[in-house]
Design a protein around this ligand. Structure first.
Ligand code: SAM
Length: 257
């Protein structure tokens, strides 16, 4: 429940150093790193077990900081541990990929332990997960126009009519997403539930700050490909040979609305 949820009063009071220690020194608060160049730019809302985060982190090591938001405590700690373990194993990689222990001649005095180790660029330092109720605290974590991508992948369908207001895409929430997403930014939705697809698309279609990106324009988009296939839910749908419905939206300029 909410009482145990930890969230900053405002984005400028958020301590990201626990999440991105390579970029935010301990004790630093605020949405942007001290050098002014790093901040969370992509958010995976309801990230589940973190498949998208792990897939994107090494593909986009420099351009972004990526955060998952997840409400379930156990799932959040699973993702947290998964990221830490991957960072750890990455930081132990030999600096030269060709100089693995297997390629060292037995006669040499260099033991594998002496191999220079190095943090891989990115090294999953750009990815993290926060335990949060994204339906309540989005503006606590992210400043206006901070994000350039938001992902809503296989969200809970809430089939029953009286439960539909609990869906993660509703008119009031879309206004919050428009607040944290910068003009030009993209909101991705993917689901295997056709009814939910229609719901999300029709609500977003009606919102003046979002314009549907024609599916043809998204063909070949590497990030969309990950969004469709890299999450645990997306993989499950794939195994079951289920359909996937995609709708992507551009956040337009305020004066275009
Ligand atoms: N996106 C993931 C995937 O594709 O595998 C997970 C999909 S799962 C069906 C939906 C996830 O959203 C669950 O892990 C759930 O705990 C999380 N969730 C639901 N409501 C949430 C909320 N208000 N804030 C954050 N996460 C939420």
């Amino acid at each position: 429940n909410d009482h145990s949820l930890d969230y900053p009063p405002s984005p400028e009071e958020m301590d990201w150093s626990i999440h991105y220690p390579a970029y935010f020194p301990q004790g630093h608060v605020g949405s942007t790193s001290p050098t002014g160049e790093k901040r969370v730019e992509w958010a995976d809302v309801g990230c589940g077990f973190g498949g998208l985060l792990m897939d994107l982190a090494p593909k986009f090591p420099d351009v972004l900081m990526l955060a998952g938001m997840e409400i379930r405590t156990s799932v959040t700690s699973y993702v947290h541990d998964r990221i830490l373990a991957t960072r750890q194993s990455q930081s132990l990689l030999p600096s030269d990929p060709s100089s693995t222990s297997a390629s060292i001649p037995a006669s040499t005095s260099t033991s594998p332990d002496d191999l220079p180790t190095q943090r891989q660029p990115g090294g999953y330092q750009n990815v993290s997960v926060i335990r949060a109720n994204s339906m309540k605290h989005m503006p606590n974590f992210f400043a206006k126009a901070q994000l350039s991508k938001m992902f809503f992948l296989f969200p809970d369908p809430h089939f029953k009519l009286r439960k539909q207001k609990a869906r993660i895409i509703t008119t009031p929430l879309i206004a919050e997403y428009a607040h944290v997403l910068r003009p030009g930014g993209i909101l991705y939705t993917v689901t295997d539930v056709h009814d939910l697809h229609i719901w999300m698309a029709s609500h977003l279609d009606r919102h003046p700050l979002f314009r549907r990106i024609p599916d043809e324009e998204m063909v070949g988009d590497e990030v969309l490909e990950s969004a469709r296939t890299a999450t645990e839910e997306g993989r499950k749908v794939e195994r079951n040979k289920g359909d996937k419905w995609v709708a992507c939206y551009r956040r337009v300029e305020d004066d275009e609305a």
